[in-house]
Design a protein. Structure first.
Length: 514
Protein backbone atom coordinates (compact mmCIF):
# COMPACT_ATOMS: atom_id res chain seq x y z
CA UNK A 1 0.00 0.00 0.00
CA UNK A 2 2.79 2.38 0.95
CA UNK A 3 4.72 1.66 -2.26
CA UNK A 4 1.53 2.17 -4.30
CA UNK A 5 1.07 5.56 -2.66
CA UNK A 6 4.62 6.57 -3.54
CA UNK A 7 4.17 5.45 -7.14
CA UNK A 8 0.87 7.31 -7.41
CA UNK A 9 2.56 10.38 -6.03
CA UNK A 10 5.45 10.12 -8.48
CA UNK A 11 3.20 9.43 -11.49
CA UNK A 12 1.07 12.42 -10.58
CA UNK A 13 4.22 14.49 -10.30
CA UNK A 14 5.49 13.32 -13.69
CA UNK A 15 2.12 13.97 -15.35
CA UNK A 16 2.12 17.49 -14.03
CA UNK A 17 5.71 17.84 -15.08
CA UNK A 18 5.01 16.76 -18.66
CA UNK A 19 2.13 19.21 -18.91
CA UNK A 20 4.30 22.01 -17.65
CA UNK A 21 7.59 21.36 -19.47
CA UNK A 22 7.05 24.46 -21.56
CA UNK A 23 6.25 26.46 -18.45
CA UNK A 24 9.32 25.14 -16.66
CA UNK A 25 11.64 25.89 -19.55
CA UNK A 26 10.16 29.39 -19.85
CA UNK A 27 10.89 30.16 -16.22
CA UNK A 28 14.32 28.52 -16.43
CA UNK A 29 15.14 31.07 -19.13
CA UNK A 30 14.10 33.85 -16.74
CA UNK A 31 16.18 32.72 -13.78
CA UNK A 32 19.15 31.52 -15.84
CA UNK A 33 21.35 34.60 -15.16
CA UNK A 34 21.12 33.89 -11.42
CA UNK A 35 21.67 30.17 -11.95
CA UNK A 36 24.71 31.00 -14.09
CA UNK A 37 26.28 33.12 -11.37
CA UNK A 38 25.81 30.50 -8.65
CA UNK A 39 26.59 27.46 -10.80
CA UNK A 40 29.74 28.94 -12.36
CA UNK A 41 31.48 29.26 -9.00
CA UNK A 42 30.28 25.82 -7.94
CA UNK A 43 31.59 24.29 -11.18
CA UNK A 44 34.92 26.03 -10.79
CA UNK A 45 35.40 24.62 -7.27
CA UNK A 46 34.30 21.07 -8.15
CA UNK A 47 35.34 20.55 -11.78
CA UNK A 48 38.88 21.92 -11.61
CA UNK A 49 40.05 19.10 -9.25
CA UNK A 50 38.31 16.54 -11.49
CA UNK A 51 40.10 17.85 -14.60
CA UNK A 52 43.36 17.76 -12.68
CA UNK A 53 42.74 14.08 -11.96
CA UNK A 54 42.40 13.41 -15.70
CA UNK A 55 45.15 15.80 -16.77
CA UNK A 56 47.10 14.22 -19.66
CA UNK A 57 50.81 13.65 -19.23
CA UNK A 58 51.66 16.28 -21.85
CA UNK A 59 50.31 19.03 -19.55
CA UNK A 60 52.01 20.28 -16.38
CA UNK A 61 49.05 22.25 -14.97
CA UNK A 62 45.62 23.64 -15.79
CA UNK A 63 43.07 25.94 -14.14
CA UNK A 64 40.06 28.05 -15.09
CA UNK A 65 40.81 31.72 -15.67
CA UNK A 66 37.25 32.47 -16.77
CA UNK A 67 34.02 30.51 -16.40
CA UNK A 68 30.49 31.61 -17.16
CA UNK A 69 27.69 29.48 -18.63
CA UNK A 70 26.51 32.15 -21.08
CA UNK A 71 23.03 33.45 -21.84
CA UNK A 72 21.42 30.31 -23.26
CA UNK A 73 19.64 28.13 -20.71
CA UNK A 74 19.34 24.34 -21.14
CA UNK A 75 15.96 22.91 -22.06
CA UNK A 76 14.18 19.87 -20.63
CA UNK A 77 12.75 17.84 -23.51
CA UNK A 78 11.30 14.74 -21.85
CA UNK A 79 10.72 12.74 -18.70
CA UNK A 80 10.09 9.05 -17.98
CA UNK A 81 9.77 6.66 -15.05
CA UNK A 82 12.05 3.62 -14.62
CA UNK A 83 11.32 0.44 -12.68
CA UNK A 84 13.50 0.22 -9.59
CA UNK A 85 13.83 -1.63 -6.33
CA UNK A 86 11.27 -1.44 -3.54
CA UNK A 87 11.86 1.74 -1.60
CA UNK A 88 12.97 3.95 -4.47
CA UNK A 89 11.52 5.98 -7.33
CA UNK A 90 13.62 6.47 -10.47
CA UNK A 91 12.98 9.25 -12.96
CA UNK A 92 14.93 10.08 -16.11
CA UNK A 93 14.99 13.61 -17.55
CA UNK A 94 16.24 14.41 -21.03
CA UNK A 95 18.12 17.69 -21.30
CA UNK A 96 19.41 19.60 -24.30
CA UNK A 97 21.84 22.51 -24.21
CA UNK A 98 23.23 24.45 -27.16
CA UNK A 99 25.18 26.83 -24.99
CA UNK A 100 27.30 29.90 -25.52
CA UNK A 101 29.48 29.73 -22.40
CA UNK A 102 32.68 31.66 -21.90
CA UNK A 103 35.19 29.14 -20.60
CA UNK A 104 38.95 29.75 -20.66
CA UNK A 105 41.39 27.20 -19.28
CA UNK A 106 44.99 28.27 -18.69
CA UNK A 107 47.30 25.34 -19.38
CA UNK A 108 51.05 24.86 -19.16
CA UNK A 109 52.78 22.11 -21.13
CA UNK A 110 55.68 19.99 -19.89
CA UNK A 111 58.05 22.02 -22.07
CA UNK A 112 57.02 25.28 -20.39
CA UNK A 113 54.63 26.64 -23.03
CA UNK A 114 51.64 28.50 -21.48
CA UNK A 115 48.39 28.69 -23.44
CA UNK A 116 44.90 30.07 -22.77
CA UNK A 117 42.45 27.55 -24.27
CA UNK A 118 38.88 28.65 -24.98
CA UNK A 119 36.06 26.08 -24.93
CA UNK A 120 33.37 27.21 -27.39
CA UNK A 121 30.20 26.10 -29.15
CA UNK A 122 29.08 23.51 -26.63
CA UNK A 123 26.27 21.22 -27.78
CA UNK A 124 25.03 18.65 -25.29
CA UNK A 125 22.13 16.20 -25.21
CA UNK A 126 21.82 13.68 -22.43
CA UNK A 127 19.54 11.83 -20.06
CA UNK A 128 19.91 12.46 -16.32
CA UNK A 129 18.75 9.82 -13.88
CA UNK A 130 17.15 11.07 -10.65
CA UNK A 131 16.59 8.58 -7.81
CA UNK A 132 14.44 9.39 -4.77
CA UNK A 133 15.60 7.07 -2.01
CA UNK A 134 14.86 5.91 0.65
CA UNK A 135 11.10 6.42 0.69
CA UNK A 136 9.85 7.59 4.10
CA UNK A 137 6.59 8.48 5.86
CA UNK A 138 7.26 12.20 6.16
CA UNK A 139 7.26 14.92 3.56
CA UNK A 140 8.74 15.15 0.99
CA UNK A 141 8.42 11.30 1.17
CA UNK A 142 12.11 10.58 0.41
CA UNK A 143 15.31 10.96 2.40
CA UNK A 144 17.79 11.81 -0.37
CA UNK A 145 18.06 12.50 -4.08
CA UNK A 146 20.69 10.78 -6.22
CA UNK A 147 21.52 12.14 -9.67
CA UNK A 148 23.69 10.81 -12.47
CA UNK A 149 24.22 11.23 -16.21
CA UNK A 150 22.53 8.05 -17.40
CA UNK A 151 23.23 8.53 -21.10
CA UNK A 152 25.37 11.00 -23.01
CA UNK A 153 23.70 11.20 -26.41
CA UNK A 154 25.82 13.99 -27.81
CA UNK A 155 28.68 16.23 -26.68
CA UNK A 156 30.29 18.64 -29.11
CA UNK A 157 32.59 21.55 -28.38
CA UNK A 158 35.36 23.55 -30.04
CA UNK A 159 38.79 24.26 -28.59
CA UNK A 160 40.66 27.40 -29.61
CA UNK A 161 43.93 28.95 -28.44
CA UNK A 162 43.31 32.63 -27.77
CA UNK A 163 45.51 34.45 -30.26
CA UNK A 164 46.50 31.31 -32.18
CA UNK A 165 45.57 27.91 -33.58
CA UNK A 166 45.54 24.91 -31.26
CA UNK A 167 46.49 22.65 -34.17
CA UNK A 168 49.88 24.38 -34.30
CA UNK A 169 50.93 22.36 -31.24
CA UNK A 170 50.68 18.64 -32.11
CA UNK A 171 48.80 16.48 -29.64
CA UNK A 172 47.48 19.29 -27.39
CA UNK A 173 43.99 19.45 -28.92
CA UNK A 174 43.42 15.68 -28.72
CA UNK A 175 44.84 15.54 -25.19
CA UNK A 176 42.56 18.29 -23.84
CA UNK A 177 39.49 16.99 -25.67
CA UNK A 178 40.13 13.50 -24.34
CA UNK A 179 40.62 14.90 -20.82
CA UNK A 180 37.24 16.70 -20.89
CA UNK A 181 35.37 13.70 -22.28
CA UNK A 182 36.98 11.27 -19.83
CA UNK A 183 36.24 13.56 -16.88
CA UNK A 184 32.56 13.73 -17.83
CA UNK A 185 32.44 10.02 -18.57
CA UNK A 186 33.75 8.96 -15.20
CA UNK A 187 32.90 11.70 -12.70
CA UNK A 188 29.14 11.85 -13.22
CA UNK A 189 28.14 9.10 -15.66
CA UNK A 190 26.11 6.19 -14.26
CA UNK A 191 26.84 4.10 -12.20
CA UNK A 192 28.62 7.03 -10.51
CA UNK A 193 26.01 8.99 -8.63
CA UNK A 194 25.94 12.18 -6.54
CA UNK A 195 23.94 12.12 -3.31
CA UNK A 196 21.99 15.16 -2.05
CA UNK A 197 20.58 14.58 1.47
CA UNK A 198 17.05 15.99 1.93
CA UNK A 199 16.23 14.71 5.41
CA UNK A 200 18.82 14.15 8.19
CA UNK A 201 20.32 10.66 8.13
CA UNK A 202 23.23 8.42 7.11
CA UNK A 203 23.11 7.73 3.37
CA UNK A 204 26.52 6.10 2.95
CA UNK A 205 24.81 2.87 1.87
CA UNK A 206 23.64 4.68 -1.29
CA UNK A 207 27.20 5.32 -2.44
CA UNK A 208 28.68 3.42 -5.38
CA UNK A 209 30.07 0.03 -4.34
CA UNK A 210 31.75 -2.82 -6.27
CA UNK A 211 29.58 -5.86 -7.05
CA UNK A 212 32.17 -8.20 -8.54
CA UNK A 213 35.33 -8.60 -10.59
CA UNK A 214 35.97 -9.13 -14.29
CA UNK A 215 38.88 -11.37 -15.27
CA UNK A 216 40.17 -10.52 -18.76
CA UNK A 217 42.66 -12.42 -20.88
CA UNK A 218 43.99 -10.28 -23.73
CA UNK A 219 45.01 -13.10 -26.02
CA UNK A 220 45.82 -11.72 -29.47
CA UNK A 221 44.78 -9.53 -32.38
CA UNK A 222 44.75 -10.12 -36.11
CA UNK A 223 44.85 -8.09 -39.31
CA UNK A 224 45.63 -4.81 -37.51
CA UNK A 225 45.98 -1.72 -39.66
CA UNK A 226 49.65 -1.13 -40.39
CA UNK A 227 50.53 2.41 -39.32
CA UNK A 228 54.23 2.28 -40.25
CA UNK A 229 55.73 3.09 -43.66
CA UNK A 230 58.74 0.91 -42.95
CA UNK A 231 58.10 -2.45 -41.32
CA UNK A 232 54.92 -3.14 -39.36
CA UNK A 233 53.06 -1.60 -36.46
CA UNK A 234 54.18 -2.05 -32.85
CA UNK A 235 50.78 -2.62 -31.23
CA UNK A 236 49.75 -2.37 -27.58
CA UNK A 237 46.31 -2.26 -25.99
CA UNK A 238 44.58 -0.25 -23.28
CA UNK A 239 41.62 -1.80 -21.44
CA UNK A 240 39.19 -0.24 -18.98
CA UNK A 241 35.67 -0.30 -17.59
CA UNK A 242 35.93 3.25 -16.27
CA UNK A 243 38.57 5.47 -17.93
CA UNK A 244 40.36 6.48 -14.75
CA UNK A 245 44.14 6.46 -15.10
CA UNK A 246 44.67 4.04 -12.23
CA UNK A 247 41.92 1.73 -13.53
CA UNK A 248 43.16 1.60 -17.12
CA UNK A 249 45.35 -1.42 -17.86
CA UNK A 250 48.04 -1.34 -20.56
CA UNK A 251 49.51 -4.36 -22.31
CA UNK A 252 53.09 -4.83 -23.39
CA UNK A 253 54.10 -3.68 -26.89
CA UNK A 254 54.63 -6.35 -29.56
CA UNK A 255 57.16 -5.01 -32.06
CA UNK A 256 56.80 -5.20 -35.84
CA UNK A 257 53.62 -7.29 -35.84
CA UNK A 258 50.06 -6.84 -37.16
CA UNK A 259 49.00 -10.21 -35.71
CA UNK A 260 50.31 -9.85 -32.14
CA UNK A 261 49.97 -12.45 -29.37
CA UNK A 262 49.90 -10.75 -25.93
CA UNK A 263 48.67 -13.52 -23.60
CA UNK A 264 48.17 -11.11 -20.68
CA UNK A 265 45.73 -11.23 -17.77
CA UNK A 266 43.98 -8.22 -16.20
CA UNK A 267 41.27 -7.89 -13.58
CA UNK A 268 38.77 -5.07 -13.08
CA UNK A 269 36.33 -3.97 -10.39
CA UNK A 270 32.69 -4.04 -11.58
CA UNK A 271 30.13 -1.65 -10.06
CA UNK A 272 27.04 -2.15 -12.22
CA UNK A 273 27.02 -5.19 -14.47
CA UNK A 274 23.74 -4.12 -16.10
CA UNK A 275 25.13 -0.93 -17.66
CA UNK A 276 28.93 -1.07 -17.72
CA UNK A 277 31.15 -2.11 -20.64
CA UNK A 278 34.71 -3.31 -21.12
CA UNK A 279 36.49 -1.08 -23.63
CA UNK A 280 39.64 -2.06 -25.56
CA UNK A 281 41.72 0.45 -27.51
CA UNK A 282 44.65 -0.64 -29.68
CA UNK A 283 47.53 1.71 -30.56
CA UNK A 284 50.76 1.66 -32.54
CA UNK A 285 53.67 2.56 -30.26
CA UNK A 286 55.69 5.35 -31.86
CA UNK A 287 58.40 5.59 -29.20
CA UNK A 288 58.94 9.16 -28.00
CA UNK A 289 56.17 10.42 -30.30
CA UNK A 290 52.47 10.14 -29.55
CA UNK A 291 51.08 6.65 -30.18
CA UNK A 292 48.84 6.24 -33.23
CA UNK A 293 45.31 5.01 -32.68
CA UNK A 294 44.45 1.81 -34.59
CA UNK A 295 40.94 1.00 -33.37
CA UNK A 296 38.68 0.27 -30.42
CA UNK A 297 36.01 -2.21 -29.37
CA UNK A 298 33.53 -2.66 -26.55
CA UNK A 299 31.51 -5.45 -24.96
CA UNK A 300 28.60 -5.07 -22.52
CA UNK A 301 29.11 -6.84 -19.19
CA UNK A 302 25.42 -7.79 -19.15
CA UNK A 303 26.22 -10.18 -22.03
CA UNK A 304 28.45 -12.27 -19.73
CA UNK A 305 27.09 -15.22 -17.80
CA UNK A 306 28.45 -15.17 -14.21
CA UNK A 307 31.03 -17.87 -13.64
CA UNK A 308 31.22 -18.92 -17.29
CA UNK A 309 34.16 -18.14 -19.56
CA UNK A 310 33.26 -16.19 -22.71
CA UNK A 311 35.69 -16.32 -25.64
CA UNK A 312 35.14 -13.44 -28.09
CA UNK A 313 36.62 -11.81 -31.15
CA UNK A 314 35.76 -8.09 -31.25
CA UNK A 315 35.94 -6.03 -34.43
CA UNK A 316 37.91 -2.80 -34.06
CA UNK A 317 36.21 0.42 -35.13
CA UNK A 318 37.27 4.06 -35.32
CA UNK A 319 34.58 5.43 -32.98
CA UNK A 320 32.33 3.59 -30.52
CA UNK A 321 29.54 6.18 -30.69
CA UNK A 322 29.43 6.90 -34.43
CA UNK A 323 30.13 3.59 -36.15
CA UNK A 324 30.18 4.65 -39.79
CA UNK A 325 33.68 3.37 -40.42
CA UNK A 326 33.80 0.59 -43.03
CA UNK A 327 37.59 0.25 -42.97
CA UNK A 328 38.97 -3.06 -41.70
CA UNK A 329 41.04 -2.16 -38.62
CA UNK A 330 41.47 -5.72 -37.38
CA UNK A 331 40.05 -7.78 -34.53
CA UNK A 332 41.04 -8.43 -30.94
CA UNK A 333 40.66 -11.78 -29.15
CA UNK A 334 39.57 -11.78 -25.48
CA UNK A 335 38.58 -14.27 -22.84
CA UNK A 336 36.22 -12.92 -20.15
CA UNK A 337 35.06 -14.26 -16.79
CA UNK A 338 32.68 -12.26 -14.57
CA UNK A 339 32.74 -13.24 -10.87
CA UNK A 340 30.02 -11.56 -8.74
CA UNK A 341 30.80 -11.11 -5.05
CA UNK A 342 28.99 -13.64 -2.90
CA UNK A 343 28.72 -16.22 -5.69
CA UNK A 344 32.25 -17.60 -5.82
CA UNK A 345 31.23 -20.71 -3.90
CA UNK A 346 28.72 -21.53 -6.66
CA UNK A 347 31.41 -22.00 -9.30
CA UNK A 348 35.14 -22.47 -9.63
CA UNK A 349 37.10 -19.28 -10.17
CA UNK A 350 40.56 -20.53 -11.20
CA UNK A 351 42.10 -17.24 -10.07
CA UNK A 352 40.76 -17.79 -6.53
CA UNK A 353 40.55 -21.61 -6.34
CA UNK A 354 40.31 -21.89 -2.53
CA UNK A 355 37.01 -19.94 -2.54
CA UNK A 356 38.20 -17.58 0.18
CA UNK A 357 36.71 -14.10 0.09
CA UNK A 358 39.05 -11.43 -1.22
CA UNK A 359 40.10 -8.60 1.10
CA UNK A 360 37.87 -6.24 -0.84
CA UNK A 361 34.78 -8.42 -0.47
CA UNK A 362 35.41 -8.98 3.22
CA UNK A 363 35.66 -5.25 3.83
CA UNK A 364 32.44 -4.59 1.93
CA UNK A 365 30.54 -7.29 3.82
CA UNK A 366 31.74 -5.88 7.14
CA UNK A 367 30.88 -2.32 6.15
CA UNK A 368 34.48 -1.18 6.57
CA UNK A 369 35.94 1.89 4.92
CA UNK A 370 38.30 0.58 2.27
CA UNK A 371 40.49 1.95 -0.52
CA UNK A 372 38.99 -0.04 -3.40
CA UNK A 373 41.83 0.64 -5.80
CA UNK A 374 44.71 -0.33 -3.50
CA UNK A 375 42.92 -3.46 -2.34
CA UNK A 376 42.05 -4.41 -5.93
CA UNK A 377 45.71 -4.03 -6.90
CA UNK A 378 46.74 -6.24 -3.99
CA UNK A 379 44.19 -8.86 -5.01
CA UNK A 380 45.39 -8.69 -8.59
CA UNK A 381 48.99 -9.25 -7.48
CA UNK A 382 48.00 -12.30 -5.43
CA UNK A 383 46.17 -13.74 -8.43
CA UNK A 384 49.36 -13.52 -10.44
CA UNK A 385 50.97 -15.77 -7.84
CA UNK A 386 48.37 -18.53 -8.22
CA UNK A 387 49.93 -21.54 -9.93
CA UNK A 388 47.68 -24.18 -11.50
CA UNK A 389 49.45 -27.36 -12.59
CA UNK A 390 48.10 -30.37 -14.42
CA UNK A 391 48.03 -32.47 -17.56
CA UNK A 392 46.25 -31.21 -20.67
CA UNK A 393 45.08 -33.97 -23.03
CA UNK A 394 44.23 -32.72 -26.51
CA UNK A 395 42.54 -35.00 -29.03
CA UNK A 396 42.68 -33.58 -32.55
CA UNK A 397 39.54 -35.19 -33.94
CA UNK A 398 39.08 -33.66 -37.38
CA UNK A 399 39.00 -30.59 -39.59
CA UNK A 400 36.51 -29.49 -42.21
CA UNK A 401 36.35 -27.11 -45.16
CA UNK A 402 40.10 -26.51 -45.22
CA UNK A 403 41.38 -24.26 -48.03
CA UNK A 404 42.68 -26.03 -51.14
CA UNK A 405 46.40 -25.35 -51.42
CA UNK A 406 47.58 -27.91 -54.01
CA UNK A 407 47.14 -27.35 -57.73
CA UNK A 408 44.78 -30.32 -57.94
CA UNK A 409 42.33 -28.71 -55.51
CA UNK A 410 43.30 -30.79 -52.49
CA UNK A 411 45.71 -30.53 -49.56
CA UNK A 412 47.85 -32.79 -47.37
CA UNK A 413 47.01 -31.38 -43.94
CA UNK A 414 48.57 -31.94 -40.53
CA UNK A 415 48.35 -30.04 -37.22
CA UNK A 416 51.18 -28.70 -35.05
CA UNK A 417 50.26 -28.30 -31.36
CA UNK A 418 52.36 -25.95 -29.20
CA UNK A 419 52.17 -24.84 -25.57
CA UNK A 420 53.39 -21.26 -25.93
CA UNK A 421 54.96 -20.73 -22.51
CA UNK A 422 56.70 -24.10 -22.13
CA UNK A 423 57.32 -24.49 -25.89
CA UNK A 424 56.25 -28.14 -25.85
CA UNK A 425 55.35 -29.32 -29.37
CA UNK A 426 53.56 -32.25 -31.00
CA UNK A 427 52.14 -32.85 -34.44
CA UNK A 428 49.61 -35.14 -36.07
CA UNK A 429 50.28 -37.44 -38.99
CA UNK A 430 49.88 -36.10 -42.53
CA UNK A 431 46.65 -37.07 -44.34
CA UNK A 432 46.92 -36.89 -48.12
CA UNK A 433 44.50 -35.39 -50.65
CA UNK A 434 41.73 -34.21 -48.36
CA UNK A 435 40.08 -30.99 -47.18
CA UNK A 436 38.13 -32.78 -44.43
CA UNK A 437 40.75 -34.86 -42.58
CA UNK A 438 40.00 -37.11 -39.59
CA UNK A 439 43.00 -37.70 -37.28
CA UNK A 440 41.62 -38.84 -33.88
CA UNK A 441 45.05 -38.45 -32.29
CA UNK A 442 45.60 -37.58 -28.62
CA UNK A 443 48.56 -35.66 -27.16
CA UNK A 444 49.37 -35.01 -23.50
CA UNK A 445 51.09 -31.87 -22.22
CA UNK A 446 52.42 -31.45 -18.67
CA UNK A 447 51.49 -27.85 -17.82
CA UNK A 448 53.25 -26.02 -14.98
CA UNK A 449 51.35 -22.70 -15.16
CA UNK A 450 47.99 -23.28 -16.81
CA UNK A 451 46.54 -19.82 -16.11
CA UNK A 452 49.30 -18.10 -18.05
CA UNK A 453 49.88 -20.54 -20.90
CA UNK A 454 48.27 -20.82 -24.35
CA UNK A 455 47.55 -23.77 -26.60
CA UNK A 456 48.33 -22.99 -30.25
CA UNK A 457 47.11 -25.23 -33.06
CA UNK A 458 48.44 -24.53 -36.55
CA UNK A 459 47.23 -26.41 -39.62
CA UNK A 460 49.72 -26.87 -42.47
CA UNK A 461 49.70 -28.43 -45.92
CA UNK A 462 52.61 -30.86 -46.28
CA UNK A 463 54.73 -30.39 -49.37
CA UNK A 464 57.94 -32.01 -50.55
CA UNK A 465 59.65 -28.63 -50.75
CA UNK A 466 58.14 -27.00 -47.68
CA UNK A 467 54.81 -26.28 -46.03
CA UNK A 468 51.93 -23.86 -46.49
CA UNK A 469 50.05 -22.53 -43.48
CA UNK A 470 46.30 -23.11 -43.77
CA UNK A 471 45.13 -21.50 -40.52
CA UNK A 472 45.49 -21.50 -36.76
CA UNK A 473 43.54 -21.19 -33.55
CA UNK A 474 44.80 -20.08 -30.14
CA UNK A 475 43.07 -20.79 -26.83
CA UNK A 476 43.67 -20.33 -23.14
CA UNK A 477 43.29 -23.20 -20.67
CA UNK A 478 40.69 -21.46 -18.49
CA UNK A 479 37.71 -23.29 -19.96
CA UNK A 480 39.49 -26.64 -19.56
CA UNK A 481 40.20 -25.86 -15.89
CA UNK A 482 36.58 -24.81 -15.25
CA UNK A 483 34.81 -27.58 -17.18
CA UNK A 484 37.34 -30.39 -16.86
CA UNK A 485 36.44 -31.96 -20.22
CA UNK A 486 34.68 -30.80 -23.38
CA UNK A 487 34.44 -31.27 -27.14
CA UNK A 488 34.04 -28.26 -29.43
CA UNK A 489 34.67 -26.97 -32.94
CA UNK A 490 36.85 -23.89 -33.43
CA UNK A 491 37.14 -21.65 -36.50
CA UNK A 492 40.60 -21.28 -38.00
CA UNK A 493 42.07 -17.80 -38.31
CA UNK A 494 43.35 -16.90 -41.78
CA UNK A 495 40.88 -19.40 -43.28
CA UNK A 496 37.45 -18.26 -44.50
CA UNK A 497 35.76 -21.63 -43.84
CA UNK A 498 38.17 -23.96 -42.07
CA UNK A 499 37.24 -25.46 -38.67
CA UNK A 500 39.02 -27.72 -36.22
CA UNK A 501 37.21 -30.14 -33.86
CA UNK A 502 38.96 -30.96 -30.58
CA UNK A 503 38.37 -32.90 -27.40
CA UNK A 504 40.03 -31.29 -24.38
CA UNK A 505 40.55 -32.90 -20.98
CA UNK A 506 42.20 -31.34 -17.93
CA UNK A 507 43.63 -33.44 -15.08
CA UNK A 508 44.64 -31.09 -12.24
CA UNK A 509 47.45 -31.41 -9.76
CA UNK A 510 47.34 -29.76 -6.28
CA UNK A 511 47.18 -25.96 -6.41
CA UNK A 512 49.94 -24.13 -4.60
CA UNK A 513 51.29 -20.63 -4.29
CA UNK A 514 54.90 -19.61 -4.82
Amino acid sequence: MQQAFYWSFSLYFVSCYLLQLTWLNHHLDKIWPYVDEAASELIRENVEPILEQYRPAVLASLKFSKLTLGTVAPQFTGVSMVDGDVGEIIMELELQWDGNPSIIIDIETRVGVKLPIQVKNIGFTGVFRIIFKPLVDELPCFGAVLYSLRQKKNLDFTLKVIGGEITSIPGISDAIEGMIRDAIEDSITWPVRKIVPILPGDYSDLELKPVGTLEVKLIEAKELTNKDFIGKSDPFAELYIRPLRDRTKTSKTINNQVNPIWNEHFDFVVEDVSTQHLTVKVYDDEGIQASEFIGCAQIALKDLEPGKVKDVWLKLVKDLEIQRDTKNRGQVHLELLYCPFGMESAFLNPFNPDFRLTTLEKALKQGSVVDHENVAKSVGQRKKDVIVRGVLSVTVISAEDLPAVDLMGKSDPYVVLTMKKSEQKNKTRVLNDTLNPVWNQTFDFVVEDALHDLLMLEVYDHDTFGKDKMGRCIMTLTRAILEGEFTDTFPLDDSPTGKLTLHIKWTPQPITRD
